[in-house]
Design a protein around this ligand. Structure first.
Ligand SMILES: CC(=O)SCCNC(=O)CCNC(=O)[C@H](O)C(C)(C)COP(=O)(O)OP(=O)(O)OC[C@H]1O[C@@H](n2cnc3c(N)ncnc32)[C@H](O)[C@@H]1OP(=O)(O)O
Ligand SMILES: O=CC(=O)O
Ligand SMILES: [Mg+2]
Length: 550
């Protein structure tokens, strides 16, 4: 193999070019690993591109007035009597799962947290700087090997892992199909971020996991249809063959977090039936996807973010359909993330936040979910108590929810509500602060004591766009009388309102210079202004933002 030298000291396999360098990269991206990644790229990139083109085509249909619906051509799958493969022991009891970005302290804290599972996240909560990705993969490799430790920079605390049997079961969430890894060029093309994240993790950890009677377990984000699930399945088959793993050793849990995917839950389970272990209600991306998918439907505008709660009927329908579908097929129906995190220094506010999380978990366990997510270790006992009290068995697949009857209209019904000035301003603030932190390498931040990540920020961004463009969209949809939307105090939602909110924002931020990503706030303001002003809604905030990273 003739190696191509890129950055001095960073070797790449034939026709693989690494365009950046980070600590420990040479031990991770060895010639063997790069050859493996190049193989994945060459075999699957054309299909990925086809699936992405189909997304655009599907969206063109929705923009022309069509509404998402259950497919006619897959009726036999929905009506058929089949089950997914049996679940591995390690993923039978998933009542509390903690999630978080992949820095060493987080990973150690999460694995030690007492949760049943830990989803190490390269997607919504990680800003994909090259340094973060390389560090994250190194950290996970050490975690699987049992050698991970971390010293706090001030030397005050040394973090080490609990014994393996006491650790949460590790699942990894690679980035979605829409993202590229620009630092790895194969034959001159950037490789898929999904294939990079999954490929590097599987390549380095499959053998060590197999030795512990585990496998590479993944959460798959932002799928839109069964063909995308089938693509993942082909990738898993290919990786298993290449690494000499038994078929089906790699497991998948799919996030149902796009509106189109809610109409294909059976089909997605079927496409991955040899390895899928569950579906998860990724509620934040789902709300974002609802807005994005129905952007050209002026009768389906959502009220402000705070009013779009899981008890709204379209979200209840989605989660109940997910439970019914999973339990019919022998898969777990995982709940999702409440955004509240513990509030320090204000006992009353903390009690109120925890009460909201408790109510959310209670709703999930009563509805029939087999487990749930928490964003913070302090929420684990609360979630565990709620599930232990009402779910004495390791899961509740016996709750078949035959009473649930969800049709197209139920999944699409827009909630009635309002947009307040505070809600509008909060969307602006969340977008700007999140984007600034993300550009600075931090993909998950607390803002006003709520966990904010790429999915929650996307809701804020797309809502602003949808409200601001409502009059134009409504006229294009055939309503020449349409006017702008209004705040509940009567002020029109227009670009003047946005400009005032953006200009006033820096002055409203207390201790601005201490905020994560403080130095990039003006850049984030400029980006949000452009994203909101564009006639065409950008599909993902992280795509233009990624061009500014590294
Ligand atoms: C929509 C979705 O996709 S949801 C999934 C993606 N989002 C997530 O995973 C959110 C993960 N959560 C987080 O990143 C964090 O909880 C934040 C950013 C919201 C808040 O973090 P912090 O401000 O550090 O919280 P806080 O100071 O209260 O943390 C206390 C301790 O808990 C640890 N901690 C907080 N959250 C987590 C977590 N998710 N996993 C592991 N440890 C955690 C902190 O590292 C800290 O540890 P230390 O005492 O050893 O220093
Ligand atoms: O990934 C989870 C979500 O809610 O989005
Ligand atoms: Mg998500």
């Amino acid at each position: 193999m003739s190696a191509v030298m890129t950055t001095p000291g960073h070797e790449a396999a034939d026709d693989v070019l690494l365009t950046a360098s980070a600590d420990g990269q040479a031990q991770l991206l060895t010639p063997g690993a790069l050859e493996f990644l190049a193989g994945l790229h060459r075999r699957f990139e054309p299909l990925r591109q086809r699936r992405l083109a189909e997304r655009l085509e599907r969206q063109r249909g929705f923009d022309a007035g069509r509404l998402p619906d259950f497919r006619d051509d897959t009726r036999a799958i929905r009506d058929g009597d089949w089950k997914v493969a049996p679940l591995p022991d390690a993923l039978r009891n998933r009542r509390v799962e903690i999630t978080g970005p992949v820095d060493p302290k987080m990973v150690i804290n999460a694995l030690n947290s007492g949760a049943n599972c830990f989803m190490a996240d390269f997607e919504d909560s990680t800003s994909p700087t090259w340094a973060n990705l390389v560090l994250g993969q190194r950290v996970l490799r050490k975690a699987v090997a049992g050698t991970l430790d971390w010293m706090a920079p001030d030397g005050a605390r040394h973090y080490t892992l609990r014994p393996f049997e006491e650790q949460a079961v590790l699942l990894v969430r690679p980035r979605g199909w829409h993202l590229e890894e620009k630092h790895v060029l194969v034959d001159g093309q950037p490789m898929s971020a999904s294939l990079f994240d999954l490929g590097v993790f599987a390549f380095h950890n499959a053998a060590a996991l197999a030795a512990k009677d585990r496998g590479p377990y993944f959460y798959l984000p932002k799928l839109e249809c069964m063909e995308e699930a089938a693509l993942w399945n082909d990738v898993f088959d290919d990786v298993e063959q290449a690494l000499g793993l038994p078929a089906g050793q790699m497991k998948a849990t799919v996030l149902i977090e796009t509106l189109p995917a809610a109409f294909e839950m059976d089909e997605i389970l079927h496409a991955l039936r040899g390895r899928i272990v569950g579906l998860n209600c990724g509620r934040w991306d789902y709300i974002f996807s609802y807005i994005k998918t129905l952007r050209a439907h002026p009768d389906r505008v959502l009220p402000e973010r705070g009013q779009v709660t899981m008890d709204q009927s379209f979200l209840r329908a989605y989660s109940e359909l997910l439970i019914q579908t999973c339990h019919r097929r022998g898969a777990h129906a995982m709940g999702g993330m409440a955004a509240q995190i513990p509030i320090s220094g204000d006992a009353a506010a903390n009690d109120a936040a925890l009460a909201k999380v408790r109510a959310d978990k209670l709703r999930e366990v009563r509805a029939g979910h087999d487990g749930t997510w928490v964003a913070h270790p302090a929420l684990i006992p609360l979630a565990r108590t709620v599930f232990d009290e009402r779910m004495p068995t390791s899961h509740q697949q016996h709750v078949t929810r035959d009473d649930v009857c969800v049709g197209q209209a139920d999944l699409l019904r827009a909630p009635i509500g309002t947009v307040t000035r505070a809600g509008f301003d909060n969307n602006v603030e969340v977008c700007v602060r999140y984007l600034a932190a993300w550009l600075d390498g931090n993909g998950c931040v607390p803002i006003h004591w709520l966990m904010e990540d790429a999915a929650t920020a996307e809701i804020a961004r797309t809502q602003l766009w949808q409200w601001l463009h409502h009059e134009r969209i409504a006229k294009a949809a055939g309503n020449p009388q349409a006017g702008p939307l209004h705040l509940d105090d009567g002020e029109p939602i227009d670009f003047a309102l946005l400009e005032r909110a953006l200009i006033g924002l820096p002055g409203r931020l207390a201790d601005r210079m201490k905020l994560p990503g403080a130095s990039r706030i003006n850049e984030a303001i400029g980006m949000l202004d452009r994203l909101c002003g564009a006639e065409v809604l950008e599909d993902f905030l992280t795509v233009p933002a990624y061009r500014r990273l590294d």
